[in-house]
Design a protein around this ligand. Structure first.
Ligand SMILES: Cc1cc2nc3c(=O)[nH]c(=O)nc-3n(C[C@H](O)[C@H](O)[C@H](O)COP(=O)(O)OP(=O)(O)OC[C@H]3O[C@@H](n4cnc5c(N)ncnc54)[C@H](O)[C@@H]3O)c2cc1C
Length: 439
């Protein structure tokens, strides 16, 4: 039943041969549970080693059926392998949109719950799991348990953000939000410095969505210069015509692995300068696909980093510490001339209920680094800054954090471990990430 497959996360680092099991039906899933060691896997869009286990990887991709939808309450029930892209294709023409989405629509519902993902609206809407009404979980002993915020709540809190370590999520019911159109009214702003960028993020906290692209190679007075995109769902009168008709976007595919040197200090700083100068400041109406998922139009963009792959370094820093910490991080990045060409700054709202959920009230900064020794050393330095300012790293992006740093920065780890030990005493569900972090 299992097939040997070379797998990785989106960062293509590390790559590991795993026994991949792809059940179609619930009974096949139950049979797969007899395997000695397993980790659930959705669409492999976590960046690092969270969905990797050489002994057994249990794919949800074949279990992607929609169960029900109630237009009165907006509650949609589906199997965990349903892709966000398919969920949107179903819900949007009916006037509903997911309450929280990440930066790509090629993720599964199960993957969004297991990482308790956050979106550009975290400051107002919280994480994805805040909108999960209930879920069912296939646990290590082969039983199926139902849980939700008001039912079996401890198991729910461990599963939301639990990175697949409490069992296989089979189904979930999610409350969607009503929208009038498939479009957003976007306002684009230019920030000339870090202080300016943070002031604009704060000033945008009344907007539903907000995100800043930040130039990590700018120095001196320009340190932290950014382009800020804030948005609201557009109304019918703002859009006109067919409110849910979105013209298909041209999609390109990166056909080959680029040479690893393609993204270097010079190519990235030229790209950044151009991006900053060319940004069209002002208000525009953009479709949901361009606003939320700009990178999805370039299929296989992870190949730009070449065969060695890349690492996404995403930290969150408590609000009071953010100005000092972000300045230190950016100063170190610009002096190292490191080529993080997609760097994103977001304001986060209060901490989620999930025991291992990532966001803290403050700012999150996400950086992409080619996987090489110089960047691994640089990330160790960034770790020290993050630690000194009370921040932490996001498990869904991680492939290199130490167990010590993890223990120091996730204070609810002991509660998570207690629940995990109760439902899976032999640690049947484990991953390279959980082994590395001694989770
Ligand atoms: C371009 C891009 C942009 C992104 N933007 C954001 C963002 O803005 N915000 C954010 O929070 N994240 C973001 N992410 C990360 C992504 O949303 C998460 O990593 C998500 O978990 C990926 O879902 P997946 O289905 O691909 O899961 P996988 O990567 O396959 O798995 C991720 C984790 O979920 C577990 N899992 C998967 N399915 C199940 C299941 N059925 N039952 C139990 N556990 C399961 C796995 O064991 C693993 O631990 C982004 C990723 C990419 C590539």
């Amino acid at each position: 039943m299992a097939q040997k497959s070379l797998l990785s996360g989106w960062g293509r680092f590390p790559k590991v041969t795993c026994n991949l099991i792809r059940p179609r039906l619930e009974q096949d899933m139950r049979r797969a549970i007899e395997h000695p060691s397993l980790i659930p896997r959705g669409n492999g869009r976590s960046y690092g080693d969270a969905a990797l286990n050489p002994l057994g990887v249990l794919s949800s991709l074949q279990t992607d059926r929609l169960r029900s939808f109630d237009p009165e309450s907006g509650i949609l029930a589906c199997e965990a392998g349903l892709l966000l892209a398919d969920l949107i294709a179903f819900a949007l023409p009916r006037g509903f949109f997911p309450p929280v989405v990440p930066g790509t629509k090629f993720v599964t519902v199960g993957g969004m719950i297991a990482a308790d993902i956050h979106g550009k609206n975290h400051h107002g809407a919280g994480t994805f799991c805040r909108h999960v009404v209930s879920l069912t979980l296939l646990t290590a002993d082969g039983t199926i348990q139902r849980c939700g915020p008001d039912e079996n709540a401890a198991l729910f809190q461990a599963t939301c953000g639990g990175m697949g370590l409490t069992g296989m999520i089979l189904d979930a019911a999610i409350r969607l939000v009503p929208v009038e159109t498939a479009y957003l009214r976007q306002e684009t702003l230019r920030a000339t410095s870090l202080d300016d960028a943070m002031a604009l993020c704060e000033a945008s906290s009344g907007w539903r969505y907000g995100v800043a692209w930040i130039d990590c190679l700018a120095r001196g007075r320009r340190l932290g210069r950014s382009i800020i995109y804030r948005a609201e769902h557009a109304t019918k009168s703002e859009v006109g015509g067919d409110p849910f008709g979105v013209p298909p976007r041209p999609v390109r595919r990166i056909p080959i692995d680029f040479p690893a040197w393609t993204l270097n200090r010079w190519s990235v700083s030229s790209f950044n300068a151009l991006y900053y100068a060319r940004a069209r400041v002002g208000t525009s109406i953009v479709d949901y696909d361009r606003y939320f998922f700009p990178l999805d139009a370039l299929l296989g963009w992870n190949r730009l980093y070449g065969r060695p792959g890349f690492v996404q370094y995403q930290c969150v820093i408590p609000r009071a510490e953010s100005p000092a910490a972000l300045r230190r991080l950016l100063e170190r990045l610009s002096s190292a001339g490191s080529s993080s060409f997609l760097s994103v700054l977001k304001l986060c709202g209060p901490q989620a209920a999930g025991l291992l959920s990532f966001p803290l009230e403050g700012y999150t900064l996400a950086l992409d680094f080619p996987a090489n020794t110089a960047n691994f050393n640089l990330m160790l330095e960034l770790d020290r800054i993050v630690l000194e300012h009370g921040g932490r790293l996001y498990l869904a992006k991680d492939s290199r954090m130490s167990a010590t740093m993890f223990r120091q920065t996730y204070p609810r780890l002991a509660s998570f471990q207690a629940i995990r030990h109760q439902i899976d005493p032999t640690r049947k569900f484990s991953s390279l990430l959980s082994e590395r972090l001694d989770l």
